[in-house]
Design a protein around this ligand. Sequence first.
Ligand code: DGY
Length: 340
Amino acid sequence: MKPKVLVTRRIFPEVVERLRQHFDVEYNEADRLWSPQALAERLREKDGVFLTPTERVDVALLDACPRLKVVANMAVGYNHIDVAACTARGVLCTNTPDVLTETTADFGFALVLAAARRVTEAERFLREGRWQTWSVHMMMGREVHGTTLGILGMGRIGQAIARRAALGFGMRVLYHNRSRLPEAVEAQYGARYVDKDTLLREADHVIVVVPYSPQTHHLIGAAELALMRPTATLTNIARGGVVDDAALAQALRDGRIAAAALDVFEGEPRVHPHLLQVPNVVLTPHIASATETTRRAMAELAADNLIAGLGCGPQAGRPPTPLNPEVLSSTAAGEGRAGS
Ligand code: DGY
């Protein structure tokens, strides 16, 4: 009998077809959002799940689904998955790094430009029929080229943004990260490692690219915003909750910083009502990796992980991007449930 898997959102037909070659697939083609209870109900008899950041994997779900062996996440971020609880139960978790790095960096840079140059604000102005004539002072923004970019979180996406900033826009790059990068990597972007406060004080544009965790919750709040230059911009493409959205709305309203751009929000898809009221913030609905090419690559990689994680296909037992590879060695030793 084929293993049973659940695909929780609408993806790409050819990826579903590939999964069907190995599995008995239940597919949410209607793309309805399920409550945690509905998800648990559908997952109860399944061996694996292909899911996205809209589904939460927590202790309650894991306890309700004792057959579950593999959680294949179609995203690089995985704060919606309790990986430690999965590991404790021998459940393999995987994500989709690398394939979205450049696309996400493009979008991050687009948001830095949009905030600095008031792109969406200017478009609203035009669409609302308020543009009467060209004028010297109309919609003046902030320079991007030749200024200083501060990157909080210098992983793969942070480095791809640094490359665009240094090589494409002649920017000085400051970064702060859990650990300092090797000198040779810093040299590629002329990037200088600084503490968080120095970065906030010196950068003309700050971009946040750290994963969400209890340690990064409200990494940028009122105190941090108060350190920034009144002419600076802040961009968040990381996860909602890394920036305190209420404090940011207040800082924008008070002119504490010049502008912001957000692709992710605390409690999304809800957006803090005060953010919707301030003109100097660019708001996009969590689309940094959303190009057809990249979303397909993410889906294919998540499928590769699910197939290999459940012991099928040419890479059986060797999923390409595991988050808790220790599960693989313990299940190979017959201790847990992944792939068994
Ligand atoms: C990711 O891959 O983490 C993106 O934010 C899409 O959710």
